[in-house]
Design a protein around this ligand. Sequence first.
Ligand code: URA
Length: 289
Amino acid sequence: MQASQGTSPPNATGPRPPEQAAAIDLIAAVRAYLHYLASTGLDALPSTAIVPRPGAAAPATIKGPPEPTEKPRERRPGPLPPAAAAAPVEPARTDLFVDPGLSEARTLEELRDAIGDCQRCRLAPGRTHLVFGVGNPHAELMFVGEGPGRDEDLKGEPFVGRAGQLLTEIITKGMKMRREDVYIANVVKCRPPENRNPEPDEIAACQPFLRRQIEIVGPKAIVALGTFAAQTLLAVRTPIFRLRGHWHDFHGVKLMPTLHPAYLLRNPADKKLVWADIKMVLAELGITV
Ligand code: URA
């Protein structure tokens, strides 16, 4: 386990008064939120309201998934209106709030070093390992999940539990690729306690890492695994059953949302939907199986 570091350490003369501790927590949350706004390409903070420039993601979209229920949150769809592609997310135009070490990292190793023994959010004290990512650093295909679970936290590698085994089967048996041919990462790098959903400030604190990871790997395509990853990356709240099966744009990279393997463990009949999505990915990569 990492050494615990609260957000409100005692000062030299004793514990901080609760109001001061609350203010420090608030500042940390605002700072993380500003990181997020900067990553959406926000140009300026108007005096009366925060209005992202046209095409940028709306801040409300990172308020987390619609229902705080048991994961995964994929819901069987009712009759669907015609699927609408998510609004493309434009590239960020400023690094104002992003650690210079992150934007300067040229390799995954440098990025990992820049992240260091991360204490940027509340997830740090509870983790065993920061789960950075695994796979081919120049992969054409990247999978992005939600965040580490217990097995991943213990091993320090994404998707190694039961859902991970299913993902590995999709890659090896379905796509006829090796797990080490692709790159696998998560939206948040540290396990949320009791596998709860990551909170907006935790996502905001971690988002620059994933953004830079994607830039460094430079995949041709990203598969977003499940509601949370798809909605976070695309900055939309569209249900996964409307997002999946269609290509979306993530800063110029093609992104295919699909159902999370953990959902498939409970709903194996929906594997055919994932296979349909994966076939589109294979076609995009020019791979025949
Ligand atoms: N689920 C995820 O979203 N990511 C993991 O790494 C494991 C399970």
